[in-house]
Every structure is written in C-alpha cells, then in structure tokens.
Design a protein around this ligand. Structure first.
Ligand code: PMP
Length: 300
C-alpha cells in the first residue's frame, strides 16, 4: 500500500500529515471508539449501507453520537476522488473525542471523525485465492464479553493475535472462545464445509458480525447450500473438507494449511471457490458504474 496523500478529518479534506489528534482524545487514551473498514471497487465502496448500519449499532452500544451518514459518505467520495483510488481499503473511525476530565465520559467534547483510504493491489487477491496457512491463536475471544459485536477501536487482542500469525509465517490465526472452540480469526470470520454443509460460528458466540460473512450467507442461501451455525472444536476445523475466511479486504479466502497439516488435499475446495465467485459477482453487481454492462469474465 502506498502512503495516503489526504485524509478526511472532522469534516475537511486535509493533507494526511496535517491531521492531528488530541493526546486527550479518549480514542487515543482508551481505545474508546468505533470504526468500519470498507473495500473500494472501481472507486465505489461495497456495502456502504451495511457498514453504516453496523456503525450505528456500535454507536448505540457504546453511547457515541455519529455524524450524519451523508456527510461521511460525501467525505469518503471526496477523498477517493482527490487521491484517485479506484481499488482501495477505506476506514471510517469515530472516537469519543477529547475528555476534559479523566475517565468522565460526560466531559467529552465532539467525537473525532476520520476517514482514510489506501490503495490496494488487486493482484494480491489472486495470490490469496490460491489459499493461505493459518495457525491456532493463544488469545481467547470470550463469547460473553460486553462489547461483543461492536467494531471497537480497542483492537489489541486482534492485533496481538494477528502478530502470532506473522511470527509463525502464517496469514491468520484461528481464535478460540473460553471453551476452546474456534469462533473467528484475528480479523476475519471462519467457515468450514463438512459433507457439503456450510458451518460457521453463530453471532451469539461473541464474534463480530462480519459484512462479508453476512453476504456469503446470502449467496450460500441463493446457491441452496445447507447451513449450520455452531462453534467449532479445533479438531473439527482440522478435519473439515474445506475451510475459508471472510473479511472485507480478503473477501473469501481459502485456508489450505492449519499449522503443519493440509486441509483435505491442501487445495482450495470447490464450494469455497464457488462462494468466492458468487461473492465477487455480488460485488461486481453492486459496485458497477450505472449504465455499464456486467464484466464478461465474472470469475476473475
Ligand atoms: N472479525 C473481526 C474481529 C474483524 O476485525 C473483522 C474485520 N473487520 C471481521 C471479523 C470481518 O468483518 P468484515 O467482513 O465486516 O470485514
């Protein structure tokens, strides 16, 4: 990714180096904020309304007031145009803002609102489509934590868990709940395929309700795939016919190795690849500039 040129900061497009956050911002001091990561295709965010709904859900969950949806959308579009970003990952971050008194949320000023976007290389998708390796994490995602389902800027567990992957040369980690069952990855949701049935942990297992997970469940339903929502013992994930991860940036990514062992034949499975194609088709249909035809090769 190349360094961003501009950011949208508290309602204004400014050079990236000029956006400054107060050292008293509760987002900085306590990780008190919420955010969304969106993927930009052909200059258009995929699923903006879904992301905005999740942001509203998070804002209610932590008692944070949001700026107007249309202002944020306009800011994002302005940023994408200014920095010429047809293929990018964008992030909307809202933090509590500056606290006048320590640990006193009633003393908060206005929330800080940041929109950033960075170019991504769509070629990375082809490499990921060949499948990735994951390892088991030593971090735990308890199913009953208070902020379950809130996409909080307090992201330390995911950050440290993802670092375990990096240290072991893996792309991601499988994160267990307090009972040792796999519930998600550091920054993605987890699916397995067992005998033609799609299985993924339920929202009540404390996971983030991923937008990609939601869309994959819809396209899987369209494809008539049977589905079960259950947490997964690690041995069950390792014995599955297929395993894949979902996330805004990584879309549908096959897992071909867990630790030192291949998943089934060690190649992306047919159902994973079919869901990946269907997901891509949905993205293409929803981000196509109005009036243009569907891409002739929708399997790209
Ligand atoms: N779980 C966690 C913990 C995440 O951080 C993410 C990435 N935002 C996801 C799941 C996937 O969510 P989405 O499909 O909305 O990107």
């Amino acid at each position: 990714m190349s360094a961003p040129i501009h950011v949208h900061w508290n309602g204004r497009l400014v050079p990236a180096d000029e956006a400054m956050v107060s050292v008293f911002d509760a987002g900085f001091l306590y990780g008190d904020g919420i955010y969304e990561t969106l993927r930009i295709y052909r200059g258009c965010p995929f699923g903006f309304d879904r992301h905005w709904r999740r942001l509203e859900h998070g804002a209610r969950g932590v008692g944070l007031s949001l700026p107007a949806r249309d202002d944020v959308r306009r800011g994002l579009d302005e940023l994408l145009r200014a920095d010429d970003l047809p293929s990018a990952v964008a992030r909307i971050t809202i933090t509590r803002g500056r606290l006048a008194r320590r640990l006193d949320l009633s003393s908060a000023g206005r929330p800080s609102v940041l929109v950033t976007a960075e170019a991504i290389d769509p070629g990375a998708d082809d490499a990921r489509a060949r499948g990735v390796r994951v390892v088991h994490s030593s971090y735990v995602r308890p199913s009953d934590h208070s902020l379950a389902g809130v996409k909080s800027t307090n992201y330390q567990v995911s950050l440290l868990a993802r670092n375990e992957a990096r240290e072991q040369g893996a792309a991601e980690v499988l994160v267990p709940n307090q009972h040792g069952h796999v519930v998600e990855a550091a920054a993605a949701n987890v699916f397995v395929v067992e005998g033609g049935v799609l299985v993924t942990p339920p929202l009540r297992s404390g996971i983030l309700g991923g937008i990609t997970r939601e869309v994959v469940l819809e396209v899987a339903g369209d494809a008539g795939l049977p589905l079960r929502q259950e947490t997964l013992a690690p041995e069950r994930v390792e014995a599955a016919d297929e395993v894949f991860l979902t996330g805004t940036t990584i879309e549908v990514t096959p897992v071909v190795t867990i630790g030192d062992r291949p998943v089934a034949a060690g190649r992306p499975g047919p159902i994973t690849l079919d869901l990946r194609r269907r997901y891509r088709e949905r993205v293409d249909a929803e981000t196509r500039p109005s009036g243009s035809e569907a891409p002739s090769d929708s399997t790209r």
